[in-house]
Design a protein around this ligand. Structure first.
Ligand code: DC
Length: 222
């Protein structure tokens, strides 16, 4: 990999707060931000809309490769349509963890993710940012929180969006998604050895952001 643009990779499970932390770290450093999960989500949305069977790896990979998407005005556009909300529904979330288990889909999205690496730097969040997509990242963080805390955060988010959800269902859904994301043979959700572990269960967002920035500055000698 012949690109010296610094990358901070932040991996971890659903609803751990890694997206918020990654976005704030990127803003503090003036870096670009990649939410890799949204690429898997939009590929899944397109597959559902096209009626592609979720077990047809080749059809899914073709859809993922040919996606016509743009990030503009803080929104995600698919073929000119604002799909920011549409990719966040529970149905799309559940289907995405199945689609993301396909090696062909992961391969199809690789170049698209690496294209985000542009100066002055990139903060990327997902499951395999440090292990597969940016193995030479300057800093790799595995960010998590216990399942009860993550369920509370997710539940609060859903309520704020006016969506009703029972706490027990949210916990169950998170457990199922964690299990699927961790059990897949390709790029599973896992604390890989060269990532520093950050448990945010008892941390505020500011504290988590401060810790990642401190680690980065230490590594980068900045
Ligand atoms: O981070 P998220 O909840 O938006 O991710 C949605 C799904 O995509 C989740 O099931 C895990 C998967 N994913 C992945 O396999 N690899 C990534 N780099 C990011 C997300």
């Amino acid at each position: 990999m012949n690109n010296h643009t610094p990358v901070i990779a932040i991996d971890g499970p659903s609803a751990s707060g890694k997206g918020t932390v990654a976005e704030r770290v990127a803003a503090a450093l003036g870096f670009r931000y990649l939410d890799s999960g949204v690429l898997y989500r939009v590929a899944t949305l397109q597959a559902l809309r096209r009626g592609a069977p979720l077990e047809d790896a080749e059809a899914l990979a073709t859809i993922a490769r040919d996606l016509e998407i743009a990030f503009r005005d803080g929104k995600l556009w698919l073929e000119g349509e604002d799909v920011t909300e549409a990719v966040r529904t529970e149905a799309v979330s559940a289907a995405t963890s199945r689609v993301a288990a396909s090696p062909a889909v992961r391969e199809a999205l690789l170049a698209r993710q690496r294209a985000f690496r542009e100066g002055p730097g990139l903060v990327a969040d997902g499951r395999d940012m440090g292990s597969v997509v940016f193995p030479d990242a300057t800093l790799k963080v595995f960010l998590t929180a216990d399942v009860a805390t993550r369920a509370e955060r997710r539940h609060k988010q859903l309520m704020e969006k006016g969506m009703c959800a029972k706490m027990a269902d949210v916990v169950e859904e998170l457990r199922q998604r964690d299990a699927r994301d961790s059990a897949r043979p390709v790029a599973p959700l896992r604390h890989y050895p060269d990532a520093v572990f950050l448990d945010t269960t008892r941390l505020t967002i500011d504290q988590a952001v401060g810790q990642v920035l401190a680690w980065y500055r230490e590594r980068a000698g900045a």
